[in-house]
Ligand binder design. Sequence first.
Ligand code: FAD
Length: 404
Amino acid sequence: KNGVVIVGAGHAGVQAAASLREEGYDGPVILLGDEKELPYHKPPLSKTFIKDAAAQPQPLRGEVFYTGHTIDFRPGTLVERIDAAARRLELAGGGDLAYDQLILATGSRPRLLPLPGAHLAGVLSLRSVADARLIREQSAACEEVVVIGGGFIGLEIAATLAAGGRKVTVIEALDRLLGRAVAPLIAEHVRQRLTASGVRILLKTTIERIEGEDGHVASVLTSSGEHLPAKMVITGIGVVPNVELAETAGLAIANGIRIDTAMRSSVENILAIGDNASYRHWQTGSDVRLESVQNATDQAKLAARTVLGHPGDYVAVPWFWSDIGDMKLQMVGLTAGSDRQILSGDPAENRFSVFHFIGDRLVAIESVNRPADHMLGRKMLGLGFSPTTEQVAGGAEALKAALA
Ligand code: FAD
């Protein structure tokens, strides 16, 4: 028996290994990851790690977890090709490995900046703890930093580096921050607060080029003709799914490896989970690829069930968080199609939520420093319960009472 081989030892891969054991799988479980570290939590990298010289990566599970559950974790192992017909993997450096079932949990990587000067030293992006170490080391010697992209990761990095004393400018092409992700009210709140904390934010601005001196970045020239001096430029313009390995096995791909509701790809005995997978979402009926710890974790649990022959359906309520300076943003549900919003709480107090509805149906809640709304939102969306306008106005107490 060759067992289950998992490629990618991030949030999804590690959970898949754990869930296989929890569900009672007793064959070999082999977890391959190209990074050298013990698998670690990614979210703290942009929030705390890069400003704290003493911070260590936070392991997802301790070392004894792998040995104790007979999970054969092999760090520093890059998988180069899948031979689906022979059910074999080819490893970088020559070896190969047979599988009975294969779980692809290869994640995603930062989108590259197609700009003159993008290759200069000091132009960085953040995905791994290795990237975070580079940013931490190099930013210590920089007064000015430019962050390209006003999405979650870019803004988290901007707030963190600004709190550590750097002078940070964020450049965003759209006319608002967090364009893909949250209600305009929240995006504007974040902009105002970050600005008040000393981060400079340039909206509707693009980059002409990144300028260097002796191979190292020295400044950024914006579309409005401004030269921004910066010894470090961090790009946060989104990620692309790691699908190249899946392509070698001929898996169907469309903005990610296509999977069904039980995490099966188009090729037999190959599953895919996490940032690299796209699927028809139960809530919206449209195709999505979600980049969140929740999605990676819940899909991993389902993949384990599928391997064991009792597949479930992926109907988990999506949720996500982001810490940007003194704002804890929490999102639950999907806002796609939202046609009515109710504000609860007061942005001036930096504590409020936006409830999103389609007609009378609650579809999402976005909160700033209102964790109770978020937790209630998870419950309400899980139950398919939609509060009335009065119940939302009554705050967490009224919502709790309505759910009781
Ligand atoms: P990953 O965790 O990226 O793991 C994939 C692993 O596979 C990587 O180690 C990769 O190197 C490896 N790999 C790829 N190809 C191969 C190969 N061919 N052979 C071997 N190994 C391979 N989500 C939230 O919900 N909240 C947050 O606050 C949040 N903050 C974040 C902050 C940062 C800085 C980053 C980078 C991400 C953040 N995310 C957050 C997103 C979240 O971390 C991802 O959605 C999650 O890591 C996805 O898990 P995954 O297992 O699919 O991918």
